[in-house]
Design a binder for this molecule. Structure first.
Ligand SMILES: Nc1ncnc2c1ncn2[C@@H]1O[C@H](COP(=O)(O)OP(=O)(O)OP(=O)(O)O)[C@@H](O)[C@H]1O
Length: 326
């Protein structure tokens, strides 16, 4: 268990580490954001800051409000109360497409690739400053031909990086679940985002592709981007996250570097209820198997953690079904 009497500091944090703590260089700051559905308060975030050029994992048990909070930040849903800013500019009331144009791009838990379009066409849809967006430019061929070529070259570069180049002309519907996640991430990069927000990028993905996805997430940071990703399996995040924010019942209940968050009593409580004495970060395989069995569907536990390696080639072609639509 962590010693709560000790003042903890961290290079990403201004002052003391704790729920809602101020960051040295925050890219997103949210205040008093609430969202209710009927009598249910899905999100009730008093204050949270997302650090810049870091990989932040937003974790929490099922129904904690992670996806709803993502939807609110990115303009896909409207809060009952609250304000939030991205790079110092308020985003409250800004529609999703404008949020993306400002450099905050997200993917979805259920992949949104358009099955009847080719992989390349899906990529082209992710580009900003498309020639057809301006009627005058659209009518004058020389004005859009160069831009179109530029966008296609960029799409091809990304497809190569994500090892989807051999699928360029295939319908997106023919890709496996994991490959569709890669396509979504690659498409998000078409608009040169500053912050990439990934909703459960590893869900429904086979182990080989999970390694590949984790490698790509690390690459995003290496290229200067900030990453915020949702994951409900806390063991999945420990190898790649610089920072972990934990939500439970709509609130931010803990945050910190992965190694301390794993042993935070508030986190253990949120995930495991009665298992207060268990340090999730130090569980053995047997412990995890036992707890996973006990907690059944409630607590997804990674029973075979593997170190992150370099991205591996996309080799699976078996469709992996996505999670059911909520
Ligand atoms: N459109 C909606 N209408 C009614 N209730 C909703 C809606 N969207 C979410 N909820 C409820 O809000 C709560 C938070 O859901 P949310 O999907 O944000 O949680 P989550 O942390 O992302 O969970 P998971 O890990 O299962 O995806 C849940 O109780 C959910 O049932």
């Amino acid at each position: 268990m962590s010693d709560t009497s000790t003042v903890r500091t961290h290079p990403l944090v201004k002052g003391e580490v704790g729920p809602g703590c101020a960051k040295v260089d925050p890219i997103v700051v949210a205040d008093g954001v609430t969202r209710t559905f009927g009598g249910l308060t899905a999100v009730d975030v008093q204050h949270v800051e997302i650090p810049r050029n870091a990989i932040t994992a937003l974790i929490g048990p099922n129904g904690a409000g992670k996806t709803t909070f993502f939807n609110l930040l990115t303009g896909f849903d409207k809060p009952n109360t609250g304000s939030w800013s991205f790079e110092g500019h308020s985003l409250a009331g800004v529609p999703a497409y404008r949020v993306a144009r400002r450099g905050m791009v997200r993917t979805f838990q259920l992949t949104k690739s358009l099955g009847r379009l080719s992989v390349l066409q899906n990529m082209l849809l992710g580009a900003t400053k498309q020639p057809g967006e301006n009627m005058f430019r659209a009518l004058v061929r020389p004005l859009w031909r160069n831009r179109e070529q530029e966008i296609t070259e960029k799409a091809d570069d990304l497809l190569k990086r994500f090892k989807l180049d051999t699928k360029r002309e295939d319908y997106a519907a023919s890709l496996s679940g994991g490959q569709r996640k890669l396509l979504e991430m690659a498409r998000a990069l078409m608009s040169d985002p500053v912050l990439v927000m990934l909703d459960e990028p590893m869900a429904g993905v086979n182990p080989a592709l999970t390694q590949s996805l984790l490698g790509h997430i690390k690459d995003l940071k290496a290229q200067g981007m900030s990453v915020l990703f949702v994951e409900h399996d806390m063991h999945m995040v420990r190898h790649i996250s610089d920072w972990v924010i934990v939500m439970a019942e709509g609130r931010v209940v803990a945050e910190g570097p992965p190694e301390t968050v794993m042993s935070d009593p508030a986190v253990i409580d949120a995930y495991l209820g009665a298992h207060h004495d268990t340090d999730l970060g130090e569980m053995t395989g047997d412990d995890r198997a036992a707890l996973a069995q006990e907690a059944a569907a409630e607590i997804p536990v990674d029973v075979s953690p593997t170190p992150v390696s370099d991205p591996t080639p996309v080799s699976d072609t078996t469709p992996v079904s996505d999670k059911e639509e909520k």
